[in-house]
Design a protein around this ligand. Structure first.
Ligand SMILES: CC(C)(COP(=O)(O)OP(=O)(O)OC[C@H]1O[C@@H](n2cnc3c(N)ncnc32)[C@H](O)[C@@H]1OP(=O)(O)O)[C@@H](O)C(=O)NCCC(=O)NCCS
Length: 184
C-alpha cells in the first residue's frame, strides 16, 4: 500500500515550481505529452498563476511520497457547466516509476475529480505506445472511447495513435461499491 500526500502547486515555493518544470521538460515525460515542445519559465509561471484566480480551468497538485516530491497530478480544461475535466499525471523522478506510485496517483485524481470537485466525468488521452499509462488507466476503470489514428508525431518521426479514455462518476462509484450521488 503506497501512501502519498498532495499539495496545490500554486501554494508551493519557487524552488518547487522550478523542479516541476524540470520534470515536465525531461524527455521521458515530455515525449508522452500531447504537446511535446519544451515549456519556458514564463509560460510555466503563467499556468501556475492562473490557478490562483477564481474558478481556474486548470489545477495541479504535487505528489509526495515519504516527504519527497515525486510527481504531478492535474485537472486540465475543467468545465463546470458540462461537469467534466481532462486530467494528466507524471512521475518526475525516474527511479520512482514502475513502483506503484502511479496507481495511488490515479486513485487521488479520481477522488479529487469526482468527490471533491463533484465532476460527472473525467477523461484523458494517451499515446498508443505508452503501455504503462494505458494499462494503469484501464485497470482503474477508464474505458477506451476513441482512437485518433496517427495523430501525434513521436520524436523518431513515427506517427502514433492518440487514445481517448473516459470514466463516469456513476461507473467509478459502482466500482467502489457505493451508491452514486448526483452532480451538484
Ligand atoms: C505512466 C506513469 C504515471 C505510471 O506510473 P508508475 O508508478 O510508473 O506505474 P505503477 O508502478 O503504478 O504501475 C502501473 C501499472 O503499469 C504497469 N507498468 C508500469 N511500468 C510499465 C512498463 N514499462 N511496461 C508495461 N507495464 C508497466 C505496472 O505493471 C502496473 O500494472 P499492475 O499494477 O497490473 O502490475 C509513470 O510511469 C510516468 O510518469 N511515466 C512518464 C510520464 C507519463 O507517461 N505520464 C502519463 C501520460 S498519459
Amino acid at each position: 500500500m503506497v501512501n502519498l500526500s498532495f499539495h496545490p502547486i500554486a501554494e508551493e515555493t519557487e524552488e518547487m515550481w522550478r523542479l516541476v518544470l524540470e520534470w515536465r521538460n525531461s524527455p521521458p515525460v515530455r515525449f508522452q505529452m500531447l504537446d511535446q515542445s519544451p515549456i519556458d519559465w514564463e509560460t510555466h509561471c503563467r499556468w501556475i498563476g492562473s490557478q490562483k484566480e477564481p474558478s481556474p480551468n486548470s489545477l495541479a497538485r504535487v505528489a509526495y511520497g515519504g516527504g519527497r516530491p515525486l510527481g504531478v497530478i492535474s485537472l486540465n480544461r475543467i468545465d463546470r457547466k458540462q461537469s467534466h475535466s481532462d486530467w494528466g499525471m507524471y512521475i518526475g523522478v525516474p527511479e520512482l516509476r514502475g513502483r506503484g506510485f502511479g496507481n495511488a496517483m490515479v486513485d487521488e485524481i479520481l477522488r479529487w475529480g469526482f468527490d471533491e470537485e463533484r465532476l460527472a466525468r473525467l477523461y484523458t488521452s494517451v499515446l498508443s505506445d505508452n503501455v504503462a499509462a494505458l494499462g494503469l488507466y484501464l485497470k482503474k476503470g477508464f474505458r477506451l472511447e476513441g482512437n485518433w489514428r496517427n495523430h501525434v508525431m513521436a520524436r523518431d518521426g513515427r506517427y502514433l495513435d492518440l487514445l481517448w479514455l473516459g470514466l463516469q462518476r456513476a461507473e467509478w462509484s459502482e466500482k467502489r461499491g457505493q451508491t452514486p450521488s448526483s452532480p451538484q
